[in-house]
Design a protein around this ligand. Structure first.
Ligand SMILES: Cc1cc2nc3c(=O)[nH]c(=O)nc-3n(C[C@H](O)[C@H](O)[C@H](O)COP(=O)(O)O)c2cc1C
Length: 315
């Protein structure tokens, strides 16, 4: 049965989109650990339309994961965004498409993409309405609370009216970057205003916090980003409602699984380079981590990885 936001089994626990991170290897692991819905990194709509094969590969999923994968797009041109959405939907058969209205990075907002779309409600609604009119699939939007202040209530109501199927909200303004704390009061105000599923996001660090954020709220689910880095088990903890003690051997085995998937995905050289940051996250709490981390940052081959893992297991 195809995915529909309005028939999700609430609450849903969602892996947040993270550029260069939530590609197939890590995303599939979070999905197997219990994430109900997983987001790809944001992909440029222009790149999809003009360099289809290469860009689509970034959003590839394992077959069993397709029905819970949301592919996120960014762009400023409704035509290109709609074309890209249809190309992705036709080629990869994901659960749905998400439009990024939250990224505050200057290289994105400088091109009027991401959170820059929050500066002008009418323009944003017009853009999304045009995409909606040309794309039949499940369509969601990920937002921040506003550009410089919390002012997206009208926008969100309009998004519902024009047929957007779900929204997710990171409880900070674009100007805030990652400073301060996510404002969950504001997220809850938004969830009270619309009937479409609203997913709350920002600063959830533990499985207990995931449930606390859902308590007394109209949220359909919560989204987790940074807390899953080096700890995809957070989704298993959420599902089992208990804290897990993860041994070094289990960590090493998971690193191996992720690395093998990475190698299948992009080849050994790029996979090992990309794995360095993940290794840093997996081992950050280890005793004597600085020596292991130094070695982790230097791996260039599968053999280097095997050496590192035996060092990890024997330590
Ligand atoms: C390294 C990194 C990359 C991110 N890339 C994206 C992205 O591609 N698209 C997006 O909408 N948000 C992106 N985000 C924001 C996250 O999806 C999420 O909204 C934010 O990290 C707050 O959630 P958290 O506190 O659970 O991490 C990124 C965040 C991080 C840390």
């Amino acid at each position: 049965m195809s995915f529909k936001w309005d028939s999700i089994k609430k609450p849903v626990f969602v892996l947040a989109p993270m550029a260069n991170i939530t590609t197939l290897p890590f995303r599939s692991i979070c999905s197997e650990m219990g994430a109900d819905i997983v987001y790809t990194p944001m992909l440029s709509s222009n790149a999809i339309v003009y360099n289809k094969e290469k860009t689509l590969k970034i959003a590839m999923s394992l077959p069993q994961e397709e029905s819970k994968t949301i592919v996120q797009l960014f762009g400023y041109d409704s035509d290109l965004l709609a074309k890209a959405a249809n190309i992705v939907q036709g080629g990869l058969k994901p659960a749905g498409i998400d439009i990024n209205m939250g990224c505050p990075a200057p290289k994105i907002t400088g091109n009027e993409c991401g959170s820059a779309l929050l500066k002008d409600v009418n323009k944003a609604v017009e853009l999304i309405k045009l995409i909606r009119s040309k794309f039949d699939g499940q369509l969601s939007v990920k937002l921040r609370l506003g550009w410089s202040e919390f002012d997206i209530i009208e926008l969100v109501k309009n998004l519902e009216t024009i047929g957007i199927n779900s929204i997710s909200v990171h409880g900070r303004t674009a100007k805030q970057g990652y400073r301060g704390n996510a404002n969950w009061e504001a997220i809850n105000i938004i969830a009270d205003k619309v009937k479409i599923p609203v997913i709350g996001n920002g600063d959830i660090k533990t499985w207990q916090e995931a449930y606390q954020r859902l308590d007394h709220s109209h949220l359909a689910g919560v989204m987790i980003g940074r807390a899953a880095l080096g700890n995809p088990w957070i989704f298993q903890e959420i599902k089992e409602k208990k804290s897990l003690v993860i041994s070094r051997n289990e960590i090493a085995d998971l690193i191996m699984l992720q690395s093998k998937r990475y190698i299948d995905f992009v080849g050994e050289k790029i996979a090992m380079r990309e794995m360095r940051k993940h290794l840093g996250w997996y081992i950050k709490n280890f005793d004597g981590a600085s020596e292991i981390r130094k070695k982790a940052m230097q791996i260039t081959s599968y053999n280097d990885l095997l050496d590192l893992l035996s060092m990890l297991k024997s330590n």
